[in-house]
Design a protein around this ligand. Structure first.
Ligand code: MLT
Length: 405
């Protein structure tokens, strides 16, 4: 008899963004005349910039000629892209990450979801609350949690992120083995200082724990004192894996390209206490389960690091950051307390109302889609998230509609 993985039965019936899109399409079916403004999911709206598109086209042309055609590429990614990342994202910021510590993939969602396969089923996992649901759900699927009790899974350590701690979690008091951190944070938009991040790195060393650091939104950091990578912190290479993405940085949500950094001296331990290289284990997993990102897409991603690419990508990020500024100014002017939006595309708004009720009210009254904070965890109740990934026109229209509240 074929049996299911019963861990799946512990999950909420649908993924947060699927639930939102179901509610939005039902609403649109009933009200086809309403032009909905989508400020929910963080999906980019600006097209790929011309420098990237040119490289993408050239990559496609290479595939049309016998001389330049490529079949299977290296599972870990082409050297031209791994070298560009190592130089531009790391070495230029004083972080010594070499190309063979970088694994190209089709998305940070997949990588943050898949990475937990490397770890034992009985480790203690700590996640912030609110949290990007992928970190939690994939650990539920793997059987690392108990059932949902109230709005939290048993056997998972939740680190509260609240107005009081400015959405930066405190170090856990108990022993934890795997810690998920995300900065600039999804969903709160909070950023972390080097000093605070150093406390986490030291904590991981002391507890022989590992930090999974999601830096998918680093491109939005404009304050030079804020770290873009955890490897800007001394000692991080031994205790942290970092996830990056071209999705929000360069508009690749539909094109798909990301990467994960697993330093060579980053280790995890077996039951006898012997250490094992996570770079080797991730390489083993990657080569077994993944066949690489397509060649033209990697050529397009490489172009993000050309002088033209850097300039164009920066302009697009500036555009989204200006959207964020407009949203934050409007919403805080209406008396709502908000965070994020400065070094982040997300604005986290305290509505003091049940967040799904606020979601329904915004959709029904104003035709605006937000993300209800409760979808990210118990501490998100009473909040909503607005995304700045939109056209200026829609942002202005959306903010005008807010005036009607
Ligand atoms: C979000 O809106 O939180 C993100 O777009 C989700 C994702 O990147 O998968």
């Amino acid at each position: 008899m074929i049996r299911v993985n019963e861990n799946y039965l512990k999950l909420k019936s649908s993924y947060l963004f699927s639930e939102i899109s179901k509610r939005v399409s039902n609403f649109q079916k009933d009200h086809p005349e309403i032009e909905i403004i989508r400020m929910g999911i963080g999906d980019v709206t600006a097209p790929l910039s011309s420098g990237i598109i040119k490289a993408f086209h050239n990559g496609v042309d290479d595939m049309a000629s016998e001389k330049t055609f490529r079949g299977y590429g290296p599972e870990q990614g082409y050297d031209f892209l791994r070298n560009a990342i190592s130089e531009n994202d790391y070495k230029s910021r004083g972080a010594d990450i070499s190309p063979d510590e970088i694994f190209i993939s089709d998305g940070a969602k997949c990588d943050t979801g898949n990475i937990q396969e490397l770890f034992s089923a009985d480790i203690k996992v700590a996640v912030p609350d609110p949290v990007y649901p992928v970190y939690v759900d994939t650990n539920v699927m793997a059987g690392r949690t108990g059932i949902m009790n109230g709005s939290r899974y048993e056997n998972l350590i939740y680190m509260d992120c609240t107005i009081e701690n400015e959405f930066i979690p405190a170090l856990p008091k108990e022993q934890v083995d795997l810690i998920y951190l995300c900065f600039p944070n999804n969903p709160t938009g909070a950023v972390i200082t080097k000093e605070k991040l150093k406390e986490w790195v030291d904590f991981a060393h002391k507890n022989r724990a590992l930090i999974l650091y999601d830096a998918a939104y680093e491109a939005f950091i404009r304050d030079e004192s804020i770290p873009k990578s955890i490897y800007e912190i001394d000692g991080a290479k031994e205790v942290a894996i970092e996830f990056r993405s071209f999705s929000k940085t360069a508009g690749f949500t539909g094109t798909r390209c990301a990467f994960t950094v697993v330093p060579k001296n980053c280790a995890a331990y077996d039951s006898a206490g012997k250490s094992h290289s996570l770079n080797d284990l991730w390489n083993r997993r990657h080569t077994t389960k993944f066949n690489g990102v397509s060649y033209p897409v990697q050529r397009a991603a490489e172009a993000v690091y050309s002088p033209e690419g850097k300039k164009q990508v920066n302009e697009i990020i500036d555009y989204y950051l200006e959207n964020a500024r407009i949203i934050k100014e409007k919403i805080s002017g209406m008396g709502y307390r908000c965070t994020g939006g400065d070094n982040s595309p997300y604005i986290w708004i305290y509505t003091k109302t049940k967040s799904w009720d606020f979601f329904d009210m915004l959709l029904n009254k104003l035709g605006i889609v937000c993300t209800p904070g409760e979808g990210f965890g118990m501490c998100g109740e009473g909040f909503i998230r607005l995304s700045a990934f939109n056209s200026r026109e829609n942002v202005i229209k959306g903010m005008d509609r807010f005036s009607k509240l």
